[in-house]
Design a protein around this ligand. Structure first.
Ligand SMILES: [Fe+2]
Length: 225
């Protein structure tokens, strides 16, 4: 995986410290020190929600998992769920129960500000890119990869079976996220919606994301929003 810095004003050292170093450290912690990956498939999903609703869902510190992803929740040790974040990234990890081949020994979700996510399930690596389409719609591109050392030594039938079962599980999680995000968008548009205060315990990573976004919007519009 290659990180490219398009901000000519930023130093390489700063970029490395901000994005790459914590991600690589966490990848190694979860057994992804082998950077050889095999491309599996690309998929696109359409969401009827603003892109920030989807990213809010992705970085909520696992809050929605027990309620929205019951099957996934049953395969991870929720009491090991940890969230580390700055305004530039949010990393979430949890140990697997060993009951699901896709989850494996651990999951790792890394959200890089503003809309790039790298998720690891067992030997699977999923790159998610969120694209805003309109104020109320967005698309997410999934790129699926498998660790090469997982594929090596297995027959094509064994690998194909594992991929299909994993993708079926991924589709289910996508469907669950899609339903909750679209419902949140409906709620945001309702006349009964009132923006409340953030919960420090649950929404700290969301607050960091929103704060950086608001700061950039204000800079871009010279404070005219
Ligand atoms: Fe989710």
């Amino acid at each position: 995986m290659v990180f490219v810095n398009f901000d000519l004003a930023a130093s390489v050292e700063q970029f490395h410290a901000t994005y790459q170093k914590p991600f690589e450290a966490n990848m190694a912690l979860n057994g992804f020190d082998d950077d050889k990956l095999v491309w599996v498939r690309d998929l696109k999903f359409h969401y009827d929600c603003n892109w920030k609703v989807l990213q809010d869902n992705n970085i909520d510190g696992g809050y929605h998992i027990p309620y929205v992803h019951k099957t996934l929740a049953s395969n991870i040790q929720l009491d090991t769920y940890e969230t580390e974040f700055t305004e530039d990234y949010c990393m979430q990890t949890a140990k697997g129960k060993g009951s699901d081949a896709r989850v494996g020994s651990a999951i790792l979700y890394t959200a890089v500000y503003p809309a790039t996510n790298i998720n690891c399930y067992g030997p699977f690596v999923e790159l998610n890119l969120i694209y805003p389409k309109t104020a109320k719609t967005c698309e997410i591109i999934f790129e699926y990869y498998l660790r090469k050392d997982f594929v090596d030594g297995k027959t094509k039938e064994e690998v194909d079976k594992y991929i299909q079962e994993s993708l079926d599980s991924s589709y289910s999680v996508q469907e669950e996220d899609l339903n909750i995000c679209n419902a949140v968008q409906t709620g945001l548009q309702s006349s009964g919606y009132v923006a409340g205060r953030y919960s420090p315990k649950i929404e700290a990573s969301n607050y960091a994301f929103h704060s950086k976004l608001a700061k950039q919007y204000l800079e871009y519009t010279n404070g005219q929003i």
